[in-house]
Write a protein that binds this ligand. Structure first.
Ligand code: NDP
Length: 244
């Protein structure tokens, strides 16, 4: 079966687990050639072996501008083009603002916001050439901030602002920008929370609902990037039915 993604080159950040891994596999199943970036090399190697199509593992730390530039260059060198960037790498170190560990804020801003901006900066010349697409994995926290996730929400609101400015700058040149905003997805994301109360709250929340699965988000990404060229799916908000 032919697909609009046949032979397209997709670079996915944060592909070593959760949403990124599921999205890489789903895009690969649709015929895309995937460049999968993250820091855990063993997980990426396993993904490359599991992917049904051509796949490349990229040693990538999105907080490091040199690493970002090298990952984009390696992708283009290996596959000859770059059609789609899925900016997915992120972390959520939830906790109250008062007394917060500022290194956690720095890590979140550096990874979720600046990291995705660096990726766009490095990838954009290639995406303009291919009339490609950028998929920004934001969050419901990019629409509604709540107590205990101020810094995380700030990064996701920032992603939305940057994506909209980017959209206005490049849409006339045929580059599409997609914002995907998941609610609660069962992944490793909450394992990194250091605040015991927030971690317990996340665990309780997961236990109290039918959470989304990473594959649900992967399906939304596949939908967005397989539309005809004149159709720009700019925003997808996707929550578990049980999430208020
Ligand atoms: P995971 O923890 O499973 O995945 C996070 C990914 O980001 C990992 O692959 C990790 O890889 C990567 N990553 C973290 N830091 C860096 C870095 N400095 N450089 C490169 N890669 C990095 O969680 P999810 O799959 O849930 O998260 C993916 C995205 O989805 C995040 O942006 C998150 O904010 C967003 N999201 C998640 C929701 C959820 O409920 N799970 C809800 C809404 C949005 P490695 O450690 O190997 O580098």
């Amino acid at each position: 079966m032919s697909s609009t993604l046949d032979g397209k080159v997709v670079l996915i950040t944060g592909a070593s687990s959760g949403i990124g891994e599921a999205t890489a596999l789903a895009l690969s199943a649709e015929g895309a050639r995937i460049a999968a970036g993250a820091r855990r090399a063993d997980r990426l190697e396993a993904l490359v072996h599991k992917a049904p199509g051509a796949a490349l593992a990229l040693d990538l730390d999105v907080t490091d501008q040199e690493s970002v530039r090298a990952a984009v260059a390696k992708t283009v060198e290996h596959f000859g083009a770059l059609d789609i960037l899925v900016n997915n790498a992120g972390l959520m170190l939830a906790g109250p603002i008062a007394g917060a560990d500022l290194t956690e804020w720095t890590r979140m801003v550096g990874t979720n916001l600046l990291g995705s901006m660096y990726m766009i900066h490095a990838a954009l010349p290639h995406l303009l050439e291919s009339k490609g697409a950028v998929v920004q994995v934001s969050s419901t926290s990019g629409r509604i901030a709540s107590a205990g996730n101020g810094a995380y929400a700030a990064t996701k609101f920032g992603i939305t602002a940057f994506a909209e400015a980017l959209r206005q700058e490049v849409t006339a040149q045929g580059v599409r920008v997609v914002l995907v905003e998941p609610g609660f997805v069962a992944t490793e994301l909450t394992d990194h929370i250091t605040d015991p109360a927030m971690r317990a709250a996340a665990r309780d929340m997961a236990a109290a609902m039918r959470t989304l699965r990473p594959e649900d988000i992967a399906g939304a990404v596949v939908y967005a990037v397989t539309q005809p060229e004149h159709v720009a799916v700019n925003e997808i908000l996707i929550r578990p039915t049980d999430q208020t």
